[in-house]
Write a protein that binds this ligand. Structure first.
Ligand SMILES: Nc1nc2c(ncn2[C@@H]2O[C@H](COP(=O)(O)OP(=O)(O)O)[C@@H](O)[C@H]2O)c(=O)[nH]1
Ligand SMILES: [Mg+2]
Length: 315
């Protein structure tokens, strides 16, 4: 997971720490701030080079250009606040703390097990193959393991095999699935599932939906109809972490069309580049509610900035 970003950061700090001796000399020079010696200048040049390299690494790792630029800006501002003596460890912990600030904005306080509505209705949207149905299985499993009653609405009536796929997930997780025929109106499946939940005092309704190309207006209007009818308490946009920057474009298009409350970022287990998390956190401005870290029913986590930072900064 995130191996490429991790290696690049490790390489950066390792390479720089070889110059520690050099840094010490510069530190000594820095004690005398008025002394504008060559040595001191060379430290600043190296710092600029370093910042530039951080930006490059972020971009190579799928962080968008603007986000990478902003991160480096934040890094520089923080460096300014420090005394002139800066070690490479300082720089590393600065970078980590800048990234922590950025990622914390995407942290969610929602405690899914303690919601104040029954049934609590969650709608999952996103384009084909991002992991909506798989995520529904994971969340159903999590809720069931916590003694909650759950019903799934088989709202993907569009793709051949989708109803069967969700039925299997229902069996595996011991969750009831409300389904209509292939090709029927997904809004009415959602409606039926909610009625069913009300009548039986079921705690959660998880509504699946068909993959929508973000550019397909008809399908988008169908999705809006599901939302109008189901009036979900939570609408989650499921994004595939592996596609990196394209995920941002997808999310922005969805954002213009349909309001959603948060993001599920899937397939992080196969995301080698690692920067999608940062881009999503900085550019979507909605919480990352969950991350998908595998295909199994338990492979889901709440997003935790420290979990991510531990991974990319470990050597
Ligand atoms: N490795 C990995 N695969 C995932 C994850 N989430 C979903 N998938 C896989 O992605 C593919 C598409 O998932 P699916 O739930 O059918 O996508 P949907 O079209 O959005 O409903 C399936 O092969 C899933 O097993 C994840 O977190 N990690
Ligand atoms: Mg699906």
């Amino acid at each position: 997971m995130f191996d490429s970003l991790k290696k690049k950061l490790a390489g950066l700090f390792k390479k720089e720490s070889k110059d520690d001796e050099n840094l010490n000399i510069n530190d000594k020079v820095n004690e005398n701030i008025s002394n504008k010696s060559e040595n001191q200048e060379s430290l600043f040049i190296k710092r600029d080079e370093f910042d530039e390299r951080v930006q490059e690494i972020l971009i190579e790792s799928d962080v968008s250009f603007e986000s990478a630029e902003r991160i480096v800006e934040m890094l520089k501002n923080r460096e300014k606040k420090l005394s002139r003596k800066i070690s490479y460890d300082d720089i590393k912990s600065n970078l980590r703390s800048v990234l922590y600030d950025v990622l914390s904005q995407a942290k969610s306080d929602l405690d899914l097990l303690n919601v104040d509505k029954k049934p609590y209705v969650i709608l999952f949207i996103g384009i084909n193959g991002t992991g909506k149905t798989t995520t529904i299985g994971k969340i159903a499993s999590y809720l069931k393991n916590n003694n909650k009653k759950v019903v799934i609405a088989a709202g993907d009536t569009f793709r051949a095999g989708a109803i069967e796929q969700i039925s299997i997930i229902g069996e595996k997780t011991g969750t009831e699935v409300i389904k209509h025929d292939f090709g029927s109106d997904p809004a009415s499946v959602a409606y039926d599932a909610i009625e069913h939940a009300r009548a039986r005092r079921i705690d959660y309704v998880l509504i699946d939906s068909a993959g929508r190309m973000q550019t397909n207006k008809n399908l988008l209007s169908e999705m809006k109809k599901i939302k109008r009818v189901a009036r979900p308490d939570l609408t989650l946009l499921v994004l595939d972490g592996m596609i990196g920057n394209d995920a941002i474009e997808q999310a922005k298009t969805f954002m213009n069309e349909i309001n959603f409350d948060g993001v599920v970022l899937t397939k992080l287990d196969t995301d080698a580049r690692g920067g999608a998390v940062i881009s999503v956190a900085m550019e979507i401005k909605k919480p990352i509610m969950f991350v998908g870290v595998g295909q199994g029913l338990n492979d889901i986590m709440r997003f935790d900035p420290d979990w991510y930072l531990d991974k990319i900064f470990s050597s």
